[in-house]
Design a protein around this ligand. Structure first.
Ligand code: KG4
Length: 339
């Protein structure tokens, strides 16, 4: 019998609902929240309110596009954390209410695991692009930078992670100081195409193991601007593209250096990337270069699965459903957690 899962994602500033039937995505609806643009970052209270307004229309649209009714659902999977507490509460409460009304199981999903699991969403029944186990996954988003050893759908070990800022945060915060709108990552990516990646040398961390650090880079970027602006007040305006290209290339070098070490040490050459920063063109090019140079087999998610989406929640929920790993209705969302 077919298993049909409704996924709900509300951990940050995207309200999303998706339907998956037996690994195949039937719909994936995302309502982004433009309200935060004016503030240069996500405002938690505004995010919660926008989720409240969006959740019912987004779920209705996801069911409609999938051609299913609530009665067709086997279970509802929702992001329980990590994320913004107020935002998580909206998706969690909706999922609890909906499953109670339909008398079907509730499945809680870890947002980080879901980003990795995005690689298992099939866009058609004959889509066979999923990575084999074990593989390494570089998870790079606004809140995380981790290297994860993935041994099965539910066995994932973080072997390296940031000790301070995430890669996405480095993109966004540096973009902010050069006056770019939020989120800065995609804008830096665009401007970097016109710039020289070797124009400015920025600091790279020296920390042991597979861990990352991006706070030193952020500081060195700030100091560079401070010193150069003293010489020429129009420095940023005149060098925006070179600044973006230098920043982007440094972030990508930092990410790839540690990933290369992890591949060498583990001997695992199937390497995937996930999370918002995996949309970055230089990250994607670096993965393809490393594949050619070092014989890696790489897995780049489609752009629609790089940022927060409910299809990744639904596929994670699908495998938990198969294992009968259901969520007690009394469980609360959590803001912080490791994988
Ligand atoms: O995974 P995600 O949507 O949200 C979190 O769960 O954090 O990631 C958002 C992050 C932001 O920092 C955004 O600037 C970054 O992903 N991002 C990019 C690009 N597209 C999104 N960073 C660099 N280049 C991009 N093209």
């Amino acid at each position: 019998m077919s298993i049909t899962i409704l996924g709900i994602e509300s951990s940050c500033d995207d309200t999303s609902a998706a339907v998956i039937r037996d690994e195949v995505m039937l719909s994936n609806v995302i309502a982004s929240q433009a309200v935060h643009e004016a503030y240069g970052g996500v405002v938690p209270e505004l995010a919660s309110r926008a989720h409240q307004q969006n959740i019912i229309p987004v779920v209705s649209e996801a069911l409609k596009r999938a051609g299913v009714t609530p009665e067709d659902l086997s279970a509802v999977a929702f992001t329980r954390g990590p994320g913004l507490m107020g935002s998580l509460l909206v998706g969690t409460s909706f999922a609890k209410g909906f499953t109670t009304a339909l008398n079907i199981p509730l499945v809680d999903v870890n947002h980080l695991q879901a980003h990795v699991m995005a690689h298992f969403i099939k866009r058609s029944p004959d889509d066979n692009t999923q990575p084999p186990f074990p593989f390494l996954c570089l998870l790079v988003s606004g809140g995380n930078s981790q290297i994860i050893k993935v041994e099965s759908y539910n066995e994932m070990t973080v072997i390296g992670q940031t000790i301070d800022d995430a890669a996405g945060e480095a993109f966004d915060k540096c973009a902010k100081v050069v006056g770019l709108p939020y989120p800065g990552g995609p804008v830096v990516d665009r401007l970097a195409k016109e710039g020289n990646p070797k124009a400015f040398a920025l600091s790279k961390p020296h920390i042991p193991g597979f861990d990352y650090s991006f706070s030193g880079l952020k500081t060195s970027f700030l100091y560079l601007l401070r010193d150069k602006i003293k010489e020429d007040p129009d420095f940023i305006e005149k060098n925006k593209c070179d600044l973006c290209a230098s920043l982007q290339t440094t972030i990508v070098d930092i990410l790839m250096d540690k990933l290369y070490k992890a591949v060498k040490q583990t001997g695992i050459k199937h390497v995937a990337v996930a999370g918002g920063v995996s949309a970055n063109s230089a990250v994607r090019t670096a993965f393809e270069d490393y594949a050619r140079k070092y014989g890696w087999t790489v897995y780049l998610p489609p752009f629609s699965f790089t940022t927060d989406n409910a299809a990744m929640v639904a596929i994670t929920g699908y495998y938990k459903y198969l294992d009968k790993e259901f969520c007690d209705i009394a469980k609360a969302p959590f803001a912080r957690v490791e994988l």
